[in-house]
Design a binder for this molecule. Structure first.
Ligand SMILES: Cc1cc2nc3c(=O)[nH]c(=O)nc-3n(C[C@H](O)[C@H](O)[C@H](O)COP(=O)(O)O)c2cc1C
Length: 312
């Protein structure tokens, strides 16, 4: 039986639902020594900004028993350098490239979005709204629904390609999901890293120079599962699950709850071949359960009519 792993997100076709998560796969090309990245459904590129950034001071990574705390500080080469040095190679690779981008002011978001919108290798854009908004005194865009609406609608008006919004787990996900979709988001990525801290008790100092970093990896997976469920139950827009996926079954959990696809991030650092193994695992799962396509499992757990339940 021919298995169909393909999924569609807002008119964009993906050969399978496995997308490399932003910041964990560089500009895609870094993985070429490990596997043919055109095997992946898509690649979300390292978050780009108009002028680029050197990131934060080291130490900026700390490995925990079940994940990673990072405070890279959105280090990136800037959009002009990306278009000049990376995009020509990406244009020749047959997968979906999603340009992750950010700014510290609404105008920085729209400027970055417009520049990336014009690049041929970019198939969709993914807004990272977990940045402090300078004009609003440092409050994160992503935690404030009216601000989410404002920044998303400004970008939606300026950009032609599909616009994904990556939600912050520090927000009430139902409210920010609603605000992003009302602002014109075509899809939602749920979730980004969770603010975390670690202390070296011998040296009596913070493990991360920035003190606070973002926790990712298996530790956050059950939280991401709950938030993906809540987002899927709140909005009709496609949801892309993200957080702690290490094997096919972790991504399938997201899809059974309604996600159309999922991203793989931290797992890539431990096992760069994780995407290939996950794709094989998806095929085995479909076979094991007698399904013929990934589309059959999307939202299967709810059958489209369950209502969300709150915790006690
Ligand atoms: C080192 C590192 C860098 C990251 N950089 C970005 C980024 O530039 N933009 C973004 O939206 N998310 C970024 N993320 C968050 C991931 O894309 C993902 O949302 C998060 O790590 C949860 O997924 P995971 O548990 O599979 O890693 C980064 C994560 C890590 C670990």
């Amino acid at each position: 039986m021919g298995l169909d792993l393909s999924v569609e997100i807002g008119g964009l076709k993906f050969k399978n639902p496995v997308i490399l998560a932003s910041g964990c796969a560089g500009y895609g090309l870094e993985f070429e020594d490990f596997f043919d990245i055109s095997l992946a459904g898509g690649v979300s590129l390292k978050g780009l900004s108009v002028k680029g950034s050197g990131g934060t001071h080291p130490p900026r990574i700390w490995e925990t028993p079940a994940g990673l705390i990072n405070a890279i500080g959105l280090q990136n080469i800037g959009i002009d350098a990306f278009i000049r040095d990376k995009a020509p190679r990406l244009r020749k690779i047959d997968t979906v490239f999603i340009a992750n981008f950010y700014g510290h002011r609404i105008e920085e978001y729209t400027e970055a979005g417009v520049m990336l919108d014009q690049e041929e290798c970019v198939d969709a854009l993914e807004m990272n709204i977990s940045c402090p908004n300078i004009s609003e005194g440092g409050i994160q865009f992503g935690v404030n629904p009216p601000l989410v609406y404002k920044v998303v609608s400004a970008c939606r008006k300026a950009i032609k390609k599909p616009l994904w919004v990556k939600l912050s787990p520090s927000s009430d996900i139902r409210e920010t999901a609603k605000a992003a979709v009302e602002g014109g988001a075509d899809a939602l990525t749920v979730i980004n890293t969770i603010p975390a801290m670690a202390v070296d008790v011998e040296k009596i100092e913070f493990r991360i120079h920035n003190r606070v970093g973002g926790l990712s990896g298996p530790a956050i997976h059950p939280i991401a599962v709950r938030m993906v469920n809540d987002a899927c139950q709140t909005v009709k827009a496609p949801v892309i699950g993200c957080g702690g996926v290490e094997k096919a079954e972790d991504g399938i959990e997201f899809m059974l709850l309604g996600a159309t696809a999922f991203q793989v991030g931290t797992a890539l650092f431990r096992n760069p071949l994780a995407p290939v193994e996950i794709i094989e695992g998806l095929e085995k799962y479909l076979e094991r359960h007698g399904f013929s396509s990934m589309n059959e499992i999307i939202g299967k757990l709810h059958n489209g009519n369950d209502k969300p339940r709150s915790c006690s």
